[in-house]
Design a protein around this ligand. Sequence first.
Ligand code: HEM
Length: 233
Amino acid sequence: MTRMPARRSTVALKFLMAVTGLIMVGYLLLHMYGNLKVFAGQEAFDEYAHHLRTIGEPMLPHEGLLWIVRVVLLASIIGHAYAAVTLWRRNRKAAGYTGGKRYHSARGSAGIQRSYASFTLRWGGVVIALFVIYHLLHLTGNQIHPGGASDSPYQRVVNGFEIWWVVLSYTVAMLAVGLHLWHGVWSALATLGANRSATRTGSRLTPLAWIVSGIITIGFLLPPWAILLGIVD
Ligand code: HEM
């Protein structure tokens, strides 16, 4: 067996995945809550977006806190992806992956458990990564501006979500986020030792994962759909 430093052990990598994942869940909760300010109107939303950049001044420079958040998020994404890919590879190797099915499941040759977890966590992760790039170009950088560019963050959001395919693409991405979170929150807390049950259904983590992923998914979906349906304009 090859020797490897403890920090690269499977347990350490799973710990890294769990902690970076939970940091991002915290960000998503705050971001989702902030987005709900669209229901308070243009002035409130733009004021909020402006405040994100001045918060902490003069102790911190302009956009100081925002940059701290960005650096923490970027470090979390890199750590999360590194751990994911390393664990994924290690898993394939350990299972003697030869291109066929890896797990033998009593549930039949389709192995539902395998397809569910791998789809929501692995491919879900890839979909979310692509979404974040599209999203930053759309609402942060405004290089992509369906419906028209604007200096007003509120107007950028409204212009985009008046278009059905933008709402559809965000909806697909939010469902990927929701599924990823449902499984991810559960797994992260289990890694950190919070699971006390032998079965998934009996675990207290199950309702918790539903609540966290449900609140984030529904909260994110409210602004785009309210705009598309003309409730916010
Ligand atoms: C319908 C759902 C969403 C809406 C309406 C939305 C809206 C916005 C807006 C308006 C901004 C720009 C804020 C500003 O510059 O003042 C932004 C930035 C951002 N969003 Fe979202 N967002 C959504 C979902 C998400 C999701 C699911 C993620 C992550 C998976 C995410 C990650 C980010 C990041 C990383 C930034 C950049 C923050 C920065 O560095 O300035 N967003 N979002």
